[in-house]
Every structure is written in C-alpha cells, then in structure tokens.
Design a protein. Structure first.
Length: 139
C-alpha cells in the first residue's frame, strides 16, 4: 500500500470505502466532511492506494494541542494485512513532525472490535468523557 495525501479524484472511492466500513452516519454528509478537511491541513488527509485504487484512509489533524484521527478505514477485503497499523504509524509520524504531543481519537459505542486494534498499537482509554455540540447541521 502506498500512502499519499487525498486528491479530488478520490472522492467517490473514499465515500464508498467509508460506507463499506460502516463509518458514515445520516447526520454527517461525507462530501461536506471531505470539503471541510480540504480547508485545513489537507496534506494530513491520508489515502492508502493499492494498484492505483484508494483502499484506505485516515483524516488526521493537529489543533495546536492534540492530534486527532477520524475516518480510519481499510477496505474490508484487505483488512488484517497491517495497513491500518501503517496508516496510524504515518499519522503519528506526521503529527510528531509538527510537535504534537498526543493523539486523541473517538471510537463509537458499539464498535468494540476496533478496540483490540488500537490496544495493539498502544492506545489506552482516557479518563475523560467526550462531549459534543453541533454548530453547523449537515442536512
Ligand atoms: C480498524 C481498521 C482500520 C484496522 O485496519 P487493519 O488493516 O485491518 O489492521 P491491521 O492489519 O493493521 O492490524 C493491526 C493490529 O491490530 C490487530 N487487529 C486488527 N483488527 C482487529 C480486531 N478487529 N480485533 C482485534 N485486533 C485487531 C491485528 O491483529 C494487528 O496486530 P498484529 O499486527 O500484532 O497482528 C479496520 O478494521 C477497519 O477499517 N475497520 C472498520 C472501520 C473502523 O472501525 N475504523 C475505526 C474507527 S474509530
């Protein structure tokens, strides 16, 4: 897998990837999520390519205090090959290069399967409760 930054031509493949991985939600318009990311640190929107086709993604950002990773996804047909680990390693490297001291990420309730993945990468559950407030509705 080749890891590179997102390109506009990737949009349909990336949205299909997120749908196949169960990451889309009715309240998040994936096209709008992509468009917003392209306004902030677009180089940190990572795409994994295999045979010229996008098969993995990680939307990474540094907010000046913490690094965040969203939309980590590997094509279900190509999971357990080490590609998720490779994407997270690249995300960590890019964040460290920017002086980011810690990564935070959110795992949706019910997605317990992914906890084993993050555990094997050294991620632990924080003593914190995640709160959110919608500022701009997507729909
Ligand atoms: C999470 C995800 C990106 C992992 O990608 P992947 O390429 O299959 O993972 P890797 O092959 O790099 O696995 C890395 C390690 O995690 C472990 N692992 C992977 N999936 C696991 C699972 N479901 N349960 C337990 N351990 C798991 C692997 O055994 C591997 O450990 P090892 O290298 O020591 O053997 C992929 O399963 C996915 O796209 N899931 C659906 C979307 C999702 O839930 N994203 C995360 C949102 S928070």
């Amino acid at each position: 897998m080749l890891i590179r930054s997102y390109r506009p031509a990737d949009e349909a493949d990336i949205i299909a990837l997120w749908q196949a991985c169960g990451l889309t939600r009715p309240w998040n318009d994936p096209k709008k999520d992509i468009a917003r990311k392209l306004t902030e640190q677009p180089e940190l929107f990572l795409v994994g390519e295999d045979g010229g086709r996008p098969v993995a993604s990680a939307m990474v950002g540094f907010d000046g205090h913490r690094g965040w990773v969203y939309y980590l996804a590997v094509d279900p047909a190509q999971q357990r090959l080490g590609w998720g680990r490779a994407l997270m390693a690249r995300a960590e490297q890019l964040l460290v290069e920017r002086g980011c001291p810690k990564i935070n990420l959110l795992v949706r309730k019910g997605n317990d399967a992914v906890l084993g993945f993050y555990d094997s990468l050294g991620y632990a559950q924080d003593e914190a409760v995640s709160l959110g407030k919608r500022l701009i509705p997507d729909l």
